[in-house]
Ligand binder design. Structure first.
Ligand code: SF4
Ligand code: SF4
Length: 394
């Protein structure tokens, strides 16, 4: 629950709920029963590589961000390496979460090898949280190898807590199972204003009312009631930030508006967001400690939702899957297009695209029976073809 104010706190305007401009963490949250006290805005490392990456980590740390979310797959392992170097000498001051994909048939020995490699790259002897990464299938939660592996790693002090992350079309049933069977300490879930039925009810009456994953608020409330920590990700709903710059005003950037929506939804404890540049970190921290939306937030979020309506695949949706006779995983392919086009991260997109069991090769020359399959109006065939072109070009 968002609670105790942490680091030397700046004042917050009670009229608007907008924190003043000093870029520091203003609120810390207790991550469910783990008892971990995390900043309301944590550092996502999916793009952590190259020149300046270590400086970005230290910049964040100096401003009170001491929760770092990484994964063995981020930047091919480089993100963990950068983090390990940047946090040298500061390890006891921070919390690190990392992730590995445990599939339906992954073995204990494979999980153990992945964890040991992660610890080596991070230059540490433990992680605070270890997530089963991008779970979108309840069968992956029924693999006993994960629990055998995790129990032993916890006993040895290599992992303190475990969880699952997810943002796919079957996220809700996966969360229901994980919560009901007490399989996790923490969940990391895709959740943003565009997935919240309350957003549609309040601000998009001109749209067809289609709330994606209307059950997500229910399951997040259930998680919190069970003492499971809830961390949000994908809070920017695609992050085409530059498109919004002309409409932003001081103290009300699109990113801050999106964070304020999520952080004051009462459905999550905290959020993580990919960070790369010091200026971006300072901008993001403008939303830390928010107690409510800025008056300008609604207009920005609504404008973004309108602008991306036909290109932004909704997190957690998979409604068009039956429309493709070739079995192309449309929502995955469109997410990878988003990584390339909107996040500006073609390396991440290409890596994930290359790992797909079925890619969008079949879209080239296809008569596209999927053309009208998206109830949200997303132009599927044009976007899947673009993704294939972008992500296979040498
Ligand atoms: S393209 Fe439309 S129907 Fe298909 S997953 Fe995305 S939002 Fe859902
Ligand atoms: S264009 Fe054809 S192959 Fe591609 S997703 Fe649509 S139906 Fe499937």
């Amino acid at each position: 629950m968002l609670g105790g104010l942490g680091l030397g706190l700046a004042s917050t305007s009670s009229a608007s709920g907008v924190p003043d401009a000093e870029p520091i963490v203003r609120r810390r949250a207790t991550l469910g029963r783990t008892g971990l006290e995390v900043p309301d805005i944590g550092f996502g490392t999916s793009r952590l590589s190259g020149d300046g990456a270590e400086d970005a980590v230290r910049h964040a740390l100096d401003r009170g961000i001491d929760y770092f979310d990484t994964a063995e797959s981020y930047q091919g392992g480089e993100a963990e390496q950068v983090l390990g170097r940047a946090l040298a000498g500061r390890r006891d001051d921070v919390m690190i979460a990392s992730k590995v994909k445990c599939g339906e048939r992954t073995r204990v020995s494979e999980l153990r090898a992945s964890l040991e490699a992660t610890l080596k790259r991070l230059r540490t002897d433990r992680v605070e949280i270890y997530f089963n990464h991008a779970v979108n299938d309840t069968d992956r939660l029924r693999n006993d190898a994960w629990y055998e592996f995790a129990d032993r790693a916890k006993q040895e002090g290599l992992i303190r807590f475990t969880g699952m992350s997810g943002h796919g079309g079957r996220l809700v049933p996966c969360l229901d199972l994980a919560i009901d069977e007490n399989l996790v300490d923490v969940v990391l879930v895709g959740f943003n204003f565009g997935q919240d039925p309350a957003f549609h009810q309040r601000f998009t009456s001109a749209f067809d009312f289609v709330a994606v994953q209307p059950d997500l608020p229910r399951v997040l409330r259930k998680a919190r009631a069970a003492g499971i920590g809830v961390v949000a990700m994908k809070t920017l709903r695609g992050a085409r930030l530059n498109d919004m710059r002309p409409y932003e005003t001081a103290g009300a950037t699109f990113a801050q508006a999106a964070f304020r929506w999520t952080l004051t939804s009462d459905l999550v404890d905290s959020l993580v967001v990919t960070m790369k540049e010091p200026s971006q970190i300072d901008e993001y921290l403008g939303a830390s400690g928010a107690t409510g939306p800025n008056p300008a937030d609604a207009a920005l979020l609504r404008r973004y939702a309108n602008a991306t309506e036909r290109s932004q695949c909704r997190y957690g949706c998979n409604d068009c899957a039956p429309a493709c006779p070739e079995g192309v995983p449309i929502s995955d392919v469109l997410r990878m297009r988003m990584y390339a086009d909107d996040y500006g991260d073609p390396a991440l997109a290409r890596g994930e695209y290359a790992a797909l069991p079925v890619d969008a090769t079949a879209c080239v020359g296809c008569p596209a029976p999927c053309h009208s399959a998206c109830p949200h109006g997303v132009e599927i065939p044009g976007l899947t073809r673009r993704a294939h072109h972008l992500l296979t070009r040498s």
